[in-house]
Design a protein around this ligand. Structure first.
Ligand code: SF4
Length: 313
C-alpha cells in the first residue's frame, strides 16, 4: 500500500479531517480533505468540521487558528517547527507600543500572527478581505488612521487602494517569500511569456503590484485563472505551490511562477511521512506531542478578533 493510501485509510479510521494550504507540497495537497488559503481554511475550521481531530498541514499559526475556533477538538500539526517568519515581526508588546502612540486608532492584524497577537488586536484580516476590513473598520471607528500589521507591503497596498492613512506596524514587517519579488523579475517574466497576465499576491512590494494585471489573495488568483481564458498563460507572483496546484488542476493552462525561488521553506517542512506519523500516534501516549492547543483564556480573546473579521468581511 502506498504512503498516500495508508494516510487515507488511517484518517478515516481515526476520525481526522486534513486541512492543507495551497503552499503545501503537491503530494500533501492530494491527500487533503480540504484545500484553502488562510481565510478559506479559517471558515472551514469554524463551521464545517465534524470529526474529533483536525490535522493541519500548514505553518503553525494556521493550526493555532483552528484551535482557537475549535476548542472542543484536537488539532494536530505534523511539524510544530513550521513557523512563519512574517508572524514574528509583531507581538503584544509591539501592539501596546503603537496603541499608546495612536490611542484612538484601531489595530488590525493579519491572520499570519500568533494567538497572543490576535488576542491583543482589535480585528483580524486576511489578504482576501484586508481592503474590505480596513474600509469598514475606518467607517465604524470614524477615523482615517488605521494601524495595520505585520506586513508592510500589504499595508502599503491597502493604503493605496483605500486612500486611508494605513500605518504599518512595525514599519519593516515582510514575508521573505513575497518581498523578494522585484521589477527585474517582472521584466524577465514578461519578456519570457509575452501576453501572459501577471497576478500578484499583495504581500509583494508595491512597485511590483503596480505592474500586475491582478492583485489578490491566493483564492482570488485561483478564481482569476479559472475564469479567464488567456492563451499566453498566467505569471503567478506568489509561492510556487500555487502554480503546482493550478497546473495539476488545469493541465491545459499555461502557468509560470514569477520566480522559481519563491519557496516557503516552512510550508515545505510538512511531508507525507510526518503526516503518517501523526495519524499513527492518535490514541497512543505520543499523540500529545503533535497537539496544538491554544489556552482557553487566550482563545476567548483571539476569537473576538476573528469573529469581528468574519462580521466585517
Ligand atoms: S509564505 Fe510568507 S507569510 Fe506565508 S507562511 Fe511562508 S513566510 Fe509566512
Amino acid at each position: 500500500m502506498s504512503l498516500s493510501d495508508k494516510i487515507r485509510r488511517l484518517k478515516t479510521e481515526k476520525g481526522v479531517t486534513i486541512l492543507a494550504h495551497y503552499y503545501q507540497p503537491l503530494e500533501v495537497q492530494k491527500i487533503a480533505d480540504v484545500m484553502g488559503d488562510s481565510l478559506g481554511l479559517a471558515k472551514v475550521a469554524k463551521n464545517e468540521i465534524n470529526t474529533p481531530y483536525i490535522l493541519f498541514a500548514a505553518v503553525k499559526f494556521m493550526a493555532e487558528t483552528a484551535s482557537i475556533l475549535n476548542q472542543d477538538k484536537v488539532v494536530l500539526s505534523p511539524e510544530l517547527r513550521a513557523g512563519c517568519p512574517l508572524s514574528n515581526f509583531i507581538n503584544p508588546s509591539v501592539i501596546l507600543e503603537y496603541k499608546s502612540q495612536y490611542p484612538k486608532a484601531p489595530l488590525i492584524v493579519y491572520v499570519n500572527t500568533t494567538a497572543q497577537t490576535k488576542a491583543a488586536a482589535d480585528v483580524c484580516c486576511t489578504s482576501s478581505n484586508a481592503l474590505t476590513i480596513v474600509k469598514n473598520v475606518a467607517k465604524d471607528w470614524k477615523t482615517d488612521n488605521i494601524l495595520f500589521g505585520p506586513d508592510k507591503n500589504l499595508a502599503a497596498w491597502v493604503k493605496q487602494e483605500s486612500g486611508l492613512n494605513v500605518i504599518p506596524v512595525p514599519p519593516n514587517g515582510n514575508c521573505l517569500v513575497h518581498n523578494q519579488f522585484s521589477i527585474d523579475h517582472v521584466h524577465e517574466a514578461r519578456a519570457a511569456h509575452p501576453g501572459a497576465h501577471l497576478l500578484c499576491h499583495p504581500e509583494s512590494p508595491i512597485e511590483v503590484l503596480r505592474q500586475a494585471d491582478y492583485v489578490g489573495s491566493t483564492s482570488g488568483m485561483i478564481q482569476y485563472v479559472e475564469t479567464h481564458d488567456i492563451p499566453a498563460g498566467f505569471i503567478l507572483g506568489t509561492e510556487i505551490g500555487l502554480s503546482d496546484h493550478l497546473q495539476d488542476k488545469y493541465p491545459s493552462k499555461k502557468l509560470f511562477p514569477l520566480s522559481s525561488d519563491a519557496v516557503c521553506r516552512n510550508m515545505k517542512k510538512i511531508t507525507l511521512e510526518k503526516i503518517l506519523l501523526v495519524l499513527e500516534s492518535i490514541g497512543t501516549p505520543q499523540e500529545s506531542q503533535f497537539e496544538v492547543r491554544v489556552p482557553a483564556e487566550i482563545a476567548e480573546k483571539a476569537v473576538k478578533s476573528i469573529d469581528t473579521m468574519m462580521r466585517y468581511s
